[in-house]
Structure formats: C-alpha cells, structure tokens
Write a protein that binds this ligand. Structure first.
Ligand code: NDP
Length: 328
C-alpha cells in the first residue's frame, strides 16, 4: 500500500489521505498495547496525522498517545498531532469549558503536557461557543500560533456562516484565520461537506479532516439492529450513539452497498472509506479502529478509490436513494 498525501486546504501542509483518530478507543475501549499497535501500523503505512481532543476519555486519550509518541521516537518532522478545545477535560465550571481566551490557552497548555509535545500541529475549536465572541477566539488562536504553540487552527462542526465570520474578523485585523474544519462525512451524513461548505473551498480555501467515515462502524456492514456485540454501539453509556446511527433503513442501504462493493472485490468498509476519498474537498479521512486488523483493512481504501468509477458512484446514489440494483 502506498500512502497518498493532500494539501490541507490552501495551506502548504500535506496530510496523509488516511489518518488515525482516538475517540472512544484510546484510554477507553482498547488497551494501551492495542493503541500502540494501531499507531505503529498507521505510521508504517505512511499515516502522518493523529487526531485527539481534550475531552477524549477526559484527557486520558492524549496521555496514552503522548506516551506512545515519546516511546516511538519518530522524528518530530514526520508526523502531526491535533487537539481540540471546547468541552473541557472533565470539569464543568464555566471557566473550564468553551472558547474564551482563558480556556483556549489553558486547554492548549494542558494538551501540550498530556501529549508531551512542544507544539500542536493542528488545534481545533471542537464546537462553536455562543458565549464567546468569535473575534476573541480568533485573536487567541492567532496568539498561540505567534507563540509557536500551535501551527494551524481550525473548527469542528461550525456552520459555514460562523467560519466566514472568523475569516472576516481575521482579515480585518490581519490575523491568521482557521485553515480547516472537522465535520462528519460519510454516505449517511453529506449535507455540511457537500452543500453547506461548498462556497468555502474556493473562497477561504477550507481544508477538511472528516470524521466517522463508517458512521461509527455501521458502514462496516457487521451490524444487526441490536448492534454487533463486540462494538462501541453496545458499550454502556453509548446508547445515544446506537440510537442516532443504527436503524432499519440504513441497514437496508448497507446490504445494497455490500453488493456493489463485492462486485469490485472490495469489503464494504474499504468501499465506504474510498467513497469519502473520491470527494476532492476532503483533505484527510480520519479512521477509527478498535483492532489492528480493522486498520490494516481500511488502509486499502487509498488504492481502492481508483476502482470507484463515475458509474459506480452513480450506483451508490441509487442505493442510497433506496432503489434496487436489479442489473448488477
Ligand atoms: P468510524 O466511523 O470509521 O468508526 C470507527 C469504528 O468502526 C471502529 O472503532 C470500529 O469500532 C469500527 N470499524 C472500523 N473499521 C472496521 C472494519 N474494517 N470492520 C469492522 N468494524 C470496523 O470513525 P470514528 O467514529 O471512530 O471517527 C474517526 C475519528 O474522527 C475519531 O477517532 C476522532 O478522532 C474523530 N472524531 C471527531 C469528532 C468531532 O466532533 N470532531 C466526532 C467523532 C469522531 P468497533 O470495533 O467498536 O465496532
């Protein structure tokens, strides 16, 4: 497998087309040994971006990743790591959450410590904060970049108009604006990436690091309506996720998609991830994995994207629209 790289929006930074995230897995669902094996497999296959956030396992995900990065001794100029600020790392007081200057600066310092790095390559505002003027956050991110603590900053699940406002403020004040957004994108969640952000790719040069390419594993094809027993969808406390992601209509679509994938000799997860890569507005697809076998399989999507011809892409649309593929 040969990794390919894409520019992060109009920045000069090139990220691997597939990257590795740690939500629900690092410091929670999997052992630290599995986390290390995942990072090794990813890095050995050309992955150069590891995603994290202050809230993941309440800081523990960053601690686990930090220990692994230190142990691996990979040259610092061969990989990038992120953190995200907004939800806090456990505390719920108003000073411990949000995008005001105090929390953004403190969250950055805490992430640097947990990850054991001198700077964050990417720092995301994990959600918009209605209680903080956007200009205050733009200023703070700009200052963190000037201090050498952050390389690029961005947003996650912000609206197009919030991103535009941040850019307008940055332009007016000669500050560095957000380079990337981190939205959900997969066959079942397309609105933001394909429509809402459409005007931002050419204007502000928005890059995207997209999350949940398999809709939390639904697009792996392994789930029944109860959820696969060994998966996150059966974990205590994640009933809301199962409720949100798993339903009969989706499982019906999954069956049609499986047939399409099989016709190309591909597994459904590889096909679904390759489908995300077909969108040129996607800078990197962030993979999640609870086992190295999953990651090894999913990495095949880089080469598989070449098999997804316009005809196959049109058939995907048919399946998602609920049409039967009688001639396949
Ligand atoms: P996916 O939708 O790809 O789900 C990954 C999960 O699906 C795995 O952990 C595994 O779970 C299952 N899976 C993956 N591959 C296979 C396979 N080949 N066969 C069977 N099952 C498979 O991605 P995530 O939801 O994990 O999101 C990726 C990353 O995006 C996160 O780690 C995080 O860094 C980021 N993220 C960001 C968010 C944000 O708000 N900014 C929100 C959510 C995620 P299991 O074994 O348990 O079934």
């Amino acid at each position: 497998m040969t990794m390919r790289y894409r520019r992060l929006g109009n920045s000069g930074l090139q990220l691997s087309e597939l990257s590795l995230g740690s939500w629900l897995t690092f410091g929670k669902q999997i052992t630290d040994d599995t986390a290390e094996a995942l990072m090794r497999t990813a890095y050995d296959n050309g992955v150069n971006f590891f995603d994290n956030a202050e809230i993941y396992a309440r800081g523990e995900s960053e601690r686990v990743m930090g220990r692994i990065l230190k142990k691996m001794e990979w040259p610092r100029d061969t990989w990038t790591v992120s953190s995200k600020v907004f939800f806090g790392s456990g505390g719920k007081l108003p000073t411990q959450l949000g995008l005001h200057r105090k929390h953004v600066v403190e969250a950055c310092h805490a992430a640097l410590q947990r990850l054991q790095v001198e700077y964050l390559d990417l720092f995301f505002c994990h959600r918009p904060d209605p209680n903080t003027p956007i200009g205050e956050t733009v200023w703070t991110m700009h200052q963190l970049i000037m201090q050498g603590k952050v390389m690029y900053w961005g947003t996650s699940e912000w609206s197009a108009s919030e991103i535009k406002e941040a850019h307008a403020f940055a332009r007016e004040n000669h500050l560095i604006g957000p380079v990337m957004e981190q939205p959900q994108y997969n066959m079942f969640h397309r609105e933001k990436v394909e429509r809402e952000f459409a005007s931002l790719y050419d204007t502000v040069g928005l890059g995207t690091t997209i999350w949940s390419p398999l809709a939390s594993g639904i697009l792996s094809g392994k789930h029944t309506l109860e959820g696969d027993a060994s998966s996150r969808l059966r974990m205590a406390g994640l009933e809301w996720l199962k409720e949100r992601e798993l339903n009969e209509t989706r499982l019906n679509r999954v069956e049609g998609l499986k047939t399409l994938a099989a016709g190309l000799g591909l597994s459904l997860p590889v096909f679904a991830i390759a489908w995300c890569l077909k969108n040129p507005s996607v800078s990197t697809v962030m993979l999640g994995a609870s086992r190295t076998t999953q990651l090894e399989e999913n990495l095949k999507a880089v080469e598989a994207q070449d098999q997804l011809t316009p005809d196959i892409m049109a058939r995907v649309e048919q399946v998602l629209a609920g049409e039967r593929l009688s001639t396949w």
